[in-house]
Design a binder for this molecule. Structure first.
Ligand SMILES: [Fe+2]
Ligand SMILES: [Fe+2]
Length: 332
């Protein structure tokens, strides 16, 4: 095998216990993200046999040309999930560099974004707090996400989100995956699901037009800041229009995901039936993801507590029939 030579000279090899190091403890790593001069804060592994992981490149190794060439010859690289934090930090930086790069073609950029999207999708499906029980929808969700990412207008908008902020990017992706699962549970057609996934992926697009300091503020927002923040659905709608998105349902989901059934939402204060199906679905998935995601300033609720909170405190805001379908989907 080609990589054996490298293992002997530059990189320490270390066979690890198969039981505690099965493939499910690892995430795939896209080797195209590595450049000469990079120094990774996590180890890279290869799988020599189905049950063995072997350390291929130690953390903090400064990548030189020889490393880079060798890495390109390896078929698949992995990162241990124990180093997920370091990996995510690296991905955040790299995805931003990827988008800005003039050396990569748009096809390469899409492939890289799709690979990282696939990884994030897989981790949501492995999370007992998220979609562990909903494996059946994975075969529906993944191809739809792929077709969204390979759509010109959608990718342009999604790149804006990735460039802007890693949390908004992962949140957008999560909301898109939840919405697609829920939409398929509700029996929506393939074409409608495509549009729903796109709308959900771009629902917070407008945040990329707002000062990062406000969007990422950990404490309470002042009235002034909150007013600015409340403009993101309209700004997103306007940006999507400018980019050339014309599908009314997609635009509507972006503009109305913060509307509430009792008319107390924003930006248009819509009531009851005025709020369309896309906005209702995305609104529910948006809240669920925000409640179940850990952030530096707040811990994550488990899915039961999040649902309980939604049922007891948000029944005037959310479509409870859809919430009930969401609960059935997660906990059947
Ligand atoms: Fe939002
Ligand atoms: Fe959101």
């Amino acid at each position: 095998m080609k990589y054996k030579k490298i293992l002997q000279t530059d990189i320490k090899s270390n066979y690890t216990n198969a039981k505690s190091n099965t493939l499910s403890s690892y995430m795939m790593f896209d080797k195209r993200l590595i450049n000469v001069g990079d120094s990774l804060k996590f180890h890279l592994y290869i799988n020599d046999y189905v049950t063995h992981m072997s350390l291929y490149l130690q953390s903090n190794t400064v990548i030189d040309k020889k490393h880079k060439n060798s890495l390109m010859e390896v078929e698949r690289l992995y990162v241990n999930k124990e180093q997920k934090g370091e990996y995510e930090h690296f991905i955040e930086k790299k995805l931003q560099d990827t988008i800005e790069s003039e050396l990569l073609s748009i096809e390469d950029k899409r492939d890289i974004i799709y690979t990282s999207t696939s990884e994030l999708t897989n981790s949501l499906y492995e999370d007992p707090n998220a979609l562990e029980n909903v494996q059946r929808s994975k075969n529906i969700v993944k191809p739809i996400l792929q077709s969204i990412i390979y759509d010109d207008k959608a990718i342009k908008s999604f790149m804006k989100i990735i460039e802007y902020d890693y949390y908004t990017h992962t949140h957008s992706l999560n909301v898109s995956i939840y919405s697609l699962c829920l939409g398929s549970e509700l029996g929506l057609s393939q074409t409608t699901l495509n549009a729903l996934g796109c709308s959900a992926l771009l629902h917070d697009l407008g945040k990329s037009s707002i000062d990062r300091k406000i969007v990422n503020k950990t404490g309470l927002l002042s009235h002034f800041e909150f007013d600015k923040m409340k403009r993101h659905p309209t700004l997103g709608y306007e940006t999507a229009l400018k980019i050339g998105i014309t599908d009314k349902n997609i635009l509507d989901g972006i503009r109305h995901h913060h509307e509430k059934l009792n008319g107390m939402g924003y930006p248009d204060g819509l009531k009851g039936k005025e709020i369309t199906l896309f906005a209702r679905i995305i609104g529910i998935c948006d809240i669920f993801d925000a409640l179940t995601t850990r952030r530096s300033y707040k811990s994550a609720l488990n899915s039961y507590d999040a649902i309980y909170l939604m049922k007891t405190h948000m029944y005037k805001h959310l479509d409870m029939e859809i919430v009930n379908t969401f609960i059935k989907m997660l906990h059947n």
